[in-house]
Design a binder for this molecule. Structure first.
Ligand code: NAP
Length: 488
């Protein structure tokens, strides 16, 4: 980039993170943006996850961009299609569609020390260069299949919840569902009335909270459109509730205990059978795994065509699932609600920074980054929804907006200093990580396994605190935390 030029930017991913990032740059006069998207449509997880009942358990007025309020959300907890449409219409309104290159799966990115630029290669063999590289690939883009012996021997139909096979007719079938996370509790109540029999293989019961859902009425839509303050009040109210509950994760465990009592009461009210209730009662602190929200999950499990199986799965066999007691649970279809490879950040892209340093090596013990955004030795590389920025409670869109503003300041700094690259100082990043890990040590996330933790137990995904605390930290980019280096 020479004097007078504005930095060119490559954004990887056209989900909420990539679109939010590109809008922030656009609104601040940075137009030289290429968004590389591996798929044929925008949306990220909201394009991929089309399972029955897929919805967001964060209220829509909060799960949306602050600058793009939507007065006519169909429901408080809107479904996948509505959220996907929202993101499409926002991208269109901000004239981003022309900047998106579809079918462009990034395989490799390399920083050129001498030129101070990134070269980004895609699977089709194309190479593009830019001053700034921003990864917005999310944390939940790669489905995880379980490592169960015999998984390929099954002769029925099988699929992962994030790759739902809508061609498979479930009506009248014997269905085995493996996993009881946020995805499963949404599709199980949807498929239970259709199937002949559903065996739910539960390894760990979830804490499930009631969902205060509502269909927004035409009157509310009009009110929200005419009185934006009313929609803002709904947004603010939910934000305040999530902030309060987040306090229970680190500072005030009594809040978590109180939320736990609400969940226990919910279970008691919805599951009268003591045997089933015992199976569904968690034995680890609330908040350790992601809290779930549903009014129809427990009732579905009490139906006569459902069996909750807690015996460990030992094997998948051609006609079903074998458990440790030797029983074969026959099934026509197996649905894997087994989650995502959340801790493998940016994987499987190969990212090479200063002097050819591999990002995978820098992250050998688990991913970490300054504010989850910048990594020493990787100049002009920025991450949206990077390590330790996921929330136990709250809206990721709020976090994405905080990060987009921070990264935009970095791009502004680069624009003001042509011929320089920006790199976070080792000490700043190390200090930040130590503080984050110290706080994480006090959270309930340490007491169970989840997609928040690596196999060695390091919590690489979650932010140990409130959304506002994070926003305050990243509100202003401090130039002292960075080294601006002149390139040739
Ligand atoms: P998940 O929460 O990681 O749940 C995976 C489930 O599969 C767990 O119950 C796990 O059991 C089970 N499992 C994994 N391997 C297994 C094995 N070998 N044998 C038996 N059970 C196995 O995945 P998810 O439900 O797809 O949700 C992932 C994340 O996506 C959520 O935490 C959330 O952040 C996001 N999400 C959000 C929404 C929303 O409404 N906002 C909806 C869906 C998903 P264990 O618990 O014993 O490991």
């Amino acid at each position: 980039m020479t004097a007078g030029e504005r930095p060119s930017v490559i954004v990887i991913g056209a989900g909420f993170g990539g679109i939010g990032m590109a809008i922030e740059l656009r609104r601040n006069g940075f137009d030289n943006i290429a968004i590389l998207e591996r798929s044929t449509d925008i949306g990220g997880v909201w394009r991929e996850n089309t399972y029955p009942g897929a919805a967001c358990d964060v209220p829509s007025p909060l799960y949306s961009f602050s600058y793009e309020p939507k007065p006519d959300w169909p429901q408080r907890y809107s479904g996948q299609a509505a959220i996907h449409d929202y993101l499409r219409s926002v991208a269109k309104r901000h004239r981003l569609l022309a900047d998106i290159h579809f079918g462009a799966e990034v395989t490799e990115a390399e920083f050129d020390d001498a030129a101070g630029r990134w070269t980004v290669r895609t699977r089709d063999g194309a190479a593009r260069t830019a001053d700034v590289l921003i990864s917005a690939v999310g944390q939940l883009s790669r489905p995880a299949m379980p490592n169960i012996p015999g998984i390929d021997s099954f002769t029925g139909q099988a699929f992962h919840s994030a790759e739902w096979d809508h061609g498979v007719e479930l009506t009248g079938k014997r269905v085995a569902c493996i996993g009881t996370g946020a995805s499963a509790i949404q599709y199980i109540p949807e498929i239970q009335p259709k199937v002949e029999h559903l065996t739910l293989f539960q390894r760990t019961p979830a804490w499930v909270l009631p969902k205060f859902d509502t269909d927004y009425t035409p009157i509310q839509h009009k009110l929200f459109a005419r009185l934006p303050g009313a929609l803002l009040a709904e947004r603010f109210g939910w934000w305040a509730i999530t902030e309060f509950v987040a306090l229970g994760l680190v500072e005030y465990p009594w809040i978590a205990r109180m939320v736990g009592r609400i969940a226990t009461k919910h279970l008691e009210e919805q599951v009268p059978d003591p045997g089933l209730r015992a199976k569904l009662t968690p034995d680890y602190p609330i908040g350790c795994k992601r809290g779930l929200f549903s009014n129809d999950y427990y009732p579905a499990l009490t139906e006569p065509n459902v069996r909750v199986e807690t015996t460990v799965i030992t094997e998948i066999v051609p006609n079903g699932v074998r458990t440790a007691d030797g029983t074969v649970h026959e099934a026509d279809v197996i649905i894997y609600g087994t989650g995502f490879k959340g801790t493998e950040f940016l994987w499987p892209m190969h990212i090479y920074g200063r002097a050819g340093r591999k990002l995978a090596d820098a992250w050998e013990g688990g991913a970490h980054a300054y504010y989850g955004i910048t990594v020493p030795d990787f100049p002009n590389l920025f991450l949206v929804y990077g390590p330790n920025t996921n929330l136990g409670v709250g809206s990721i869109i709020y976090m994405i907006e905080s990060q987009a503003r921070y990264i935009r300041q970095a791009v502004q700094l680069l624009a003001a200093r042509p011929g320089h690259v920006l790199e976070v100082r080792q000490e700043a990043e190390a200090q930040f990580n130590t503080a984050v890990q110290q706080r994480l040590a006090r959270t309930p996330w340490n007491f169970c396994s989840s997609w928040y933790r690596t196999s060695s137990g390091r919590i690489t995904n979650n932010w140990p605190g409130r959304q506002l605390a994070y926003r305050r930290l990243v509100r202003k980019l401090r130039a002292d935390d960075y080294e601006l280096t002149r390139v040739a």
